[in-house]
Write a protein that binds this ligand. Structure first.
Ligand code: ATP
Ligand code: ATP
Ligand code: MG
Ligand code: MG
Lengths: 257, 257
């Protein structure tokens, strides 16, 4: 019975897509059936597997538009145990329409995900960098959520807005996902700014910050360039090992439960 | 008579806010009256000047909501010749409402900017990382636009969507802004990926890429941490000098015209 995790942060470029792709790949490498769902109009998931948005005949846009079944949107990633679905849109109008679909029918994604849970152990939902209808749709669809955070000032300042919005949603009696934690990403050990952000995040969120921190490494920037997760082209490198540790951290509470 | 420039890129974290703030500061240092308008719900402009969103009694949200005059939203930045206006929103509902205001009344920003042109030489509009109604509002309000681009694969793949959307808008007879150019940002000279992206961008966009490239430097990440542009705390450093050169590149066509 699958678990769905929304990968969310209203700040741009913190690493939502990079984390979703490589964490899903690390769990797939351990034998879990994983599905990645890209609800970001930017289609970052598609690029991360070396495909063009035009390669997808069927995607999120179509099934939000009630065409076809949720299954028709599933694509093989080329990595064992790992599939994906992406928003297959291009123009500004399509982006507007996708957002309107999500606004009009926020339950649509949740219903599809309930059906996917029969066949996948983990479902990761890659969100856009805002708190709009697509992100909201993902948050009400997911069992839990995690927040990648670039260890820099502007990303750190984005956090309160996310947590306040979730608290507000919960106060209205809407079920909100369980918080798995903040994942510090693009960590560079040599700068004081980075150390300052990490210290403040750990102080303010103590046990809700993953132990694993993902370093800034060009290997992760290369994922979209090579069209494969880092565990596929550099399995013994530091980045791949970090995502393996992160996968264990995700699995740990499940094993102990 | 002022010129307005939209700073736009549908990819998150490429440096829109960092470029808008530091370029406006570099022009302000040269004696030009500059105004920064943050239409991103994330309020990155506010954080970059060391303020909290709650410090602003009046912002974009209010004048989109037709309260007060465009002038009531103007804040002093603390830097000579440099003022700013920010979206003063917080919750998810306010974000939704701001976007709806922009959708219902896309001309609102343009009319306000026309009035600002009487007192400012340059007006920079910092856009959110998407092609939604707020970005659209900025693009139809601006005389010109520039595209900061992180020299990495996912950012590079975001470009065609932006240009296609603008071409589509122009084809409908809607006036679109003049393209000033792509600004390569977060350039690290030592990685092949970076060099590959730069090469492809220069090949595909030749004379529409700024000569100046902004390096990845912790000084720029510190702007939001210190709450001041880099020219204010490190005027002789490389980052400040790059923005000075960029300001000259912006001024050059104007001088020659
Ligand atoms: N740990 C890392 N080391 C090096 N580069 C990274 C790392 N994490 C992410 N990147 C790179 O930083 C850029 C931003 O990452 P990514 O696109 O995954 O962030 P995002 O939060 O999904 O962005 P958006 O808000 O646009 O959806 C990408 O070019 C990516 O390759
Ligand atoms: N040249 C640079 N060198 C080092 N850090 C940089 C540089 N440019 C931007 N940054 C940092 O990278 C992060 C993203 O930059 P910024 O917030 O300006 O991008 P953005 O495009 O405005 O993001 P968003 O899409 O969320 O609006 C910030 O933490 C910023 O301080
Ligand atoms: Mg992304
Ligand atoms: Mg920004």
């Amino acid at each position: 019975m699958g678990r769905s995790v929304a990968v969310v942060c209203p700040k741009g470029g913190v690493g939502k897509t990079t984390v979703a792709v490589n964490l899903a790949a690390a769990l797939a490498d351990k034998g879990f059936q994983c599905l990645l769902i890209g609800v970001d109009p930017q289609c970052g998931i598609v690029s991360s597997f070396g495909r063009g948005h035009y390669d997808l005949d069927f995607g999120l846009f179509d099934f939000f538009d009630s065409q076809g079944t949720p299954d028709s949107a599933i694509q093989e990633s080329g990595i064992a145990n790992l599939d994906f679905i992406s928003s297959n849109i291009w123009s500004r109008e399509e982006e507007l329409e996708l957002v309107n679909h999500a606004k009009a029918n926020p339950e649509c994604l949740r219903n599809a995900i309930e059906s996917y849970k029969q066949r996948y152990d983990f479902i990761f939902i890659d969100c856009p960098p805002n708190l709009g209808p697509l992100t909201f749709s993902a948050l009400i669809a997911a069992d839990s959520y995690m927040v990648p955070l670039q260890a820099e000032e502007l990303a750190y300042r984005a956090l309160p807005r996310l947590f306040d919005s979730l608290a507000e949603t919960a106060a209205k009696g809407i079920r909100t996902p369980e918080f798995l934690g903040i994942l510090l990403n693009q960590v560079s050990t040599r700068t004081r700014l980075c150390a300052s952000v990490i210290r403040r995040v750990r102080e303010e969120h103590s046990d809700q910050v993953f132990q694993t921190m993902i370093p800034r490494t060009v290997r992760l920037a290369e994922v979209a360039y090579r069209g494969r997760p880092v565990s596929s082209f550099n399995p013994s490198g530091r980045a791949a090992r970090c995502f393996e540790e992160l996968a264990d951290e995700i699995l740990h509470p499940i094993i102990e439960a």
